[in-house]
Ligand binder design. Sequence first.
Ligand code: HSE
Length: 434
Amino acid sequence: MKDVHVGVIGLGNVGSGTLAILNRNSAQIAQKLGFGLKVTAVCSRSVAGLDLADVPGDAMRTADWRDVVANPNVDIVAELVGGRGAAREMIDAAIANGKSVVTANKELMALEGADIWDRAIVSGVNLAMEASVAGGIPIHAVLREGISGDRIAAIAGILNGTSNYILTEMERRGDSFEDVLKEAQALGYAEADPAADVDGYDARSKLAILAALAFGERIVPDDIFVEGIRRITAQDFDYAHQLGHTIRLVCSAQRTEKGLILSVRPALIPESTILAGVKGAYNAIWVKGEFGADTFYYGRGAGPHPTGVAVVSDLMRVAREIRSGSPERVSPFAHERLGEYQPVSVLLQKRPYYLRFRVDDRPGIIAELAGILASKQIGLEAVLQLPCDTKNDLPFVITVESSPESAVREAVEQMSKLDFLREPPLALPMEPPL
Ligand code: HSE
């Protein structure tokens, strides 16, 4: 059978990883498909200065993406540029020109994936986006194929490698957030501007995509409550350990009677749970199905080769369809339209909470805090204070029984006005074991 032709736009980390795999694995890919996947065009703004050892000599090299999407010798466009500006134009133009698209673009797909998919269906082309979430973990294939016969009840994941690296290093070494972040930046693990990773926005885009695929609803990042990891201290890990827990940036989507509750936030998770074992820059996704119960997926969330595998596997999937005839397509976004899983506010969530205080010590502090909790019908579970040699800026923790987030937030707001507090209390939900 004739080769399928690929145009790659964007030759950064993911693009170069993709080209390396396509080149070094070409014979095996052709055996698996029954035909070859051939790169016929590559595009990068800095194409002239790049070492393109993995690109076939006869492939077009261009700095203008329009040359790729208009090229009659390209069947599939791989958009590996990222962001929402030019990438959107590239994908739109490729679809309008009747070319299928493979993308690694989480930001764009989280915000506009449903509309882009609708356009692809009308044009009769395919769209694949495995690399947009958790690079090396084939979670799209799992949700769209592997367990698509089930009905998903909940997803919980660790979807940002940078923040997981920072948290697990703080835990391992007892160092501060600031120190570990600086070191991660020096080593190139964290960006100079770390906001997207440590404030939870990168993970939120990924959760929006996964939740849309899992629950078949239109879910956008704004539907998801987000809180980052900047306020976590090494002492929080000491207290969490005392409670048999650890702390991770947890991406969660749960079906409840009231609707779908979605959040990305630091949370206490039991040390015995499988998610607690996810360390360093690794990602993991736990999925609970109504029929199939628990499944768990683990792997590298980023990096040229793990993400490149996702792109190449998508290219193979799309190429197979091009050669074998296109089936009826159904959008992975908003395919249910049943209205069962409408996103609702995280304020409706009920959990036990960990409340950590930093106070200037004086008599009566616990009594005042307990009074506020009682006024909100929040039951106190435990009070913990690890040995500390100062009376100023003294940390201690109160855990409370399962309570609505709305009541906990009201209590925290009221507590924040108390003059003995150094900073507003830190409230973290305590997630149940898997
Ligand atoms: N910055 C992301 C992370 C990788 O730290 O997981 C790309 O999505």
